[in-house]
Write a protein that binds this ligand. Structure first.
Ligand SMILES: Cc1cc2nc3c(=O)[nH]c(=O)nc-3n(C[C@H](O)[C@H](O)[C@H](O)COP(=O)(O)O)c2cc1C
Length: 366
């Protein structure tokens, strides 16, 4: 029996963020920022086109020059970036939408070809990732050898996150989401093969989780718990991370941050069949829960109806369906996205996917 999609269309609150439906746009790096790591007029159009989502989580945004790893990703550490993001948030708010900035520090998943000359590549330890990255100027490149973070460096990185959260609010964002998945810096602290430290930030689970706990505490102290969410994917091996005890790691992390009462937890299904990441999240987290990974409108509606989550996020469907909410409401077919233009500069494959019943210049890619 087809579950009513209406379950996805009722309002929901993520802490202090009031959303008109339970359809969340998942964060997606699209590599369209300008040479100063600023979002452009294309970003304004792209996010405005998708503003009917209950909540938009932006592409990963670096909180510092060191936090950048990929080409053409935007930042939130300079005044020009704040001004540029304000045009995005204004456009989304003018259409009744809500938008949070995803704070993404890549740590060791970086190439010097993709970042400013003075930027460092840092990680919990000097262990290079066995990963290659695309660069605009030198094609595919191995990741840099990372410099291990000193305790003073860690304090500074956490300050950078907090500063980015303050700037996010200045830019008009409704809040921020801390990116703790996909083998980037927070996960490099959480995972066993990337965190070989023997100080207060490495060792047993309580120490490996400390960096993420302190970062969340700093974000909450800066903009309030009701505007801070975080994203996890227990045991995700992407970008060469291995956690030998993922259940313990994430239980420990969730219990430690539980008293903070963050606005929401955004959890991706675990690739390990032995871990039910959604059940783990429900058992160890009290506020709103957003689930993600391969959802279709009907499976998402069923998940919300059954009380498995408060909301569901969609990634790939949002690439090619700017009006995903309206399509779900109408029971309309979903358009297919073009993989080749996911990360290419320009409007093609970015802002030229048509909404239902409207023609786009140049036509939507198939
Ligand atoms: C093009 C692309 C870029 C992505 N970039 C990010 C990102 O910046 N931050 C993040 O947390 N996840 C990122 N993801 C993962 C998505 O948020 C989402 O978890 C994934 O696509 C699975 O959801 P889906 O099945 O609805 O597509 C990206 C996914 C895609 C397809």
């Amino acid at each position: 029996m087809q579950t009513s999609r209406a379950a996805l269309l009722s309002p929901v609150e993520f802490g202090d963020i009031h959303c008109r439906n339970r359809i969340v746009m998942a964060p997606m790096t699209r590599s369209r920022a300008d040479a100063n790591d600023c979002p452009t007029a294309l970003h304004v159009e792209y996010y405005a086109q998708r503003a009917s989502a209950g909540l938009i989580v932006t592409e990963g945004v670096q909180p510092s020059i060191d936090g950048k790893g990929y080409p053409r990703t935007p930042g939130l550490h300079e005044a020009a970036q704040v001004e540029a993001w304000r045009r995005v948030t204004d456009a989304v708010h003018a259409r009744g939408g809500r938008i949070v900035a995803q704070l993404m520090h890549v740590g060791r998943i970086a190439s010097r070809y993709n970042k400013r000359a003075e930027a460092r590549t840092v990680a919990p330890c000097a262990v290079r990732a066995n990963v290659s990255l695309y660069t605009d100027t030198a094609g595919m490149q191995p990741c840099d050898d990372p410099e291990p973070l000193s305790i003073a460096d860690i304090v500074k990185v956490i300050e950078d996150y907090a500063s980015a959260a303050r700037l996010a609010r200045e830019a008009g964002f409704d809040g921020v989401e801390l990116h703790c998945t996909s083998g980037y810096l927070p996960m490099q602290f959480l995972a066993s093969n990337t965190n070989l430290r023997s100080d207060a930030y490495g060792g047993d689970t309580s120490r490996r989780t400390r960096f993420v706990i302190e970062t969340l505490e700093a974000l909450v102290a800066t903009i309030g718990a009701g505007r801070v969410g975080f994203r996890i994917c227990p045991a995700n091996p992407f970008n060469d991370v291995v956690d030998f005890e993922p259940l313990d790691t994430y239980r420990c992390l969730l219990e430690a941050v539980r008293p903070l009462r963050c606005a929401y937890l955004h959890v991706i299904r675990s690739p390990l069949s032995t871990i039910d990441a959604f059940a783990l999240a429900r058992a160890h987290h009290d506020s709103a829960l957003i689930i993600n990974d391969g959802y279709e409108p009907d499976t998402a509606a069923a998940a919300v109806t059954q009380g498995l989550s408060d909301a569901v996020s969609f990634g790939r469907h949002y690439v090619s369906n700017p009006d995903l909410v309206e399509r779900i409401e109408a029971g309309a077919a979903l358009a297919v996205f073009d993989r080749k233009t996911l990360y290419t500069p320009g409007a093609r494959g970015y802002t030229d996917y048509a909404a239902l019943g409207s023609a786009t210049p140049g036509g939507a890619p198939q």
